[in-house]
Write a protein of this length. Structure first.
Lengths: 190, 101
C-alpha cells in the first residue's frame, strides 16, 4: 500500500484534518509557557480526539468525552490555575531546563510503541468506517457483562467525592484551636 | 483507513504526555500532561474496537471506565495541589522536597 493509495481515500483526509490539529494542540499543551494557554490547548486537542472517535464509530464515547472533559475537567483545571497562581500570564519557569533527557525518553517510548504496533498490525484495514456502535449495545454491555466494574467505578467516584470534600475543608490550625479553647474557658469562668 | 495510523497517533500523544510529565515543574501542568497520556490510551482502545467490533463493545466500555477514573484522578489531584499550595505557597513539584533524603 503506497502513500498515493492511502491519500486517495476520502476518510484519510478526514483523519488528517483532525489528527494534525490534535498533534499541534498536544504539543502546545506540553510546551506552552502560559498555563491558561496549555489548558485551552487541551480543550482543542480533546475536541479533535472526539472527532476521531466519531470517525471510528464511537459516537457515544465521543460525546461523553466532550461533556466530561471539555465540560467539567477543564473547568476544574481552570479553577485550579486560578487558585494556585494569582499572576496569570507568561511564566518562564513553568518547565525546568533539563529537556533533553525528557525528550529522549519520550522519543524512545514513541519509537518502541509505534514500531511494535506497525510491525504487529501493518496494513490491517478498518472495514466498516463510520458505522456507529449503537448506544443500546454499550448500555446493555455496561449493565450486563460489565456490571461489577461499573459498580466499582461508581464506588470510586463516591470515594473521590468524599476525598475531595475532606481535602478542601479548611482545618483549624493549632493557633486557632488554642484561641477557641481560650474563649471557651473565659466563657466558662464568667 | 488502516488501524496503524491510529496506533501511531495514539503513541505520539502518549509520548508527548510523557515529555510534558518529565519536563514540567508546575503541578497543574503535570496533571495536564497526564490527561494527554490518558487520551492516547483512549484512542488506542477505540481504534482496536473499530477493528474487532465485538458484540459487547468492550473497547468503548473500557474507554468510559478510563474517562471516569481520569475524572476522579483530576479531582483528587487538584485537591492535593490546592492543599499543598495553601500550606507551602508553591505549586512547583521540584520545590516539594520534604520527603527527599
Amino acid at each position: 500500500m503506497t502513500f498515493g493509495d492511502w491519500i486517495s481515500e476520502p476518510t484519510n483526509w478526514a483523519f488528517l484534518v483532525m489528527a494534525i490539529p490534535l498533534v499541534l494542540a498536544a504539543w502546545r499543551v506540553v510546551t506552552s509557557r502560559n498555563v491558561v494557554h496549555a489548558a485551552l490547548s487541551l480543550v482543542f486537542a480533546l475536541a479533535a480526539l472526539a472527532g476521531l472517535f466519531i470517525l471510528l464509530g464511537a459516537e457515544f464515547v465521543a460525546w461523553v468525552l466532550v461533556l466530561v472533559y471539555i465540560g467539567a475537567v477543564i473547568v476544574l483545571f481552570l479553577f485550579g490555575i486560578m487558585i494556585t497562581r494569582a499572576p496569570i500570564g507568561m511564566e518562564a519557569e513553568l518547565s525546568h531546563n533539563k529537556r533533553w533527557p525528557a525528550a529522549l525518553s519520550a522519543l524512545a517510548i514513541f519509537v518502541t510503541t509505534s514500531w511494535l504496533s506497525v510491525d504487529a498490525f501493518g496494513t490491517t484495514k478498518i472495514v466498516d468506517v463510520g458505522v456507529p456502535t449503537s448506544t443500546e449495545i454499550i448500555g446493555r454491555s455496561l449493565l450486563g457483562q460489565f456490571v461489577l466494574p461499573f459498580e466499582a467505578v461508581g464506588f470510586l467516584l463516591l470515594a473521590a467525592l468524599i476525598g475531595g470534600v475532606t481535602l478542601a475543608r479548611r482545618d483549624d490550625t493549632p493557633a486557632d484551636e488554642e484561641a477557641r479553647e481560650a474563649t471557651a474557658d473565659a466563657e466558662a469562668k464568667t | 483507513m488502516i488501524v496503524s495510523q491510529f496506533l501511531v497517533l495514539a503513541s505520539l500523544l502518549f509520548s508527548l504526555g510523557v515529555y510534558g510529565l518529565l519536563v514540567r515543574r508546575n503541578a497543574v501542568t503535570v496533571l495536564l500532561a497526564v490527561e494527554l497520556m490518558l487520551a492516547g490510551v483512549n484512542l488506542n482502545f477505540i481504534a482496536f474496537e473499530s477493528v474487532i467490533r465485538d458484540s459487547l463493545a468492550s473497547g468503548q466500555v473500557f474507554t468510559i471506565f478510563v474517562l471516569t477514573i481520569a475524572a476522579a484522578e483530576v479531582g483528587i489531584g487538584l485537591g492535593i495541589v490546592l492543599l499543598i499550595f495553601r500550606n507551602r505557597a508553591t505549586g512547583n513539584v521540584d520545590e516539594l522536597d520534604l520527603m527527599k533524603w
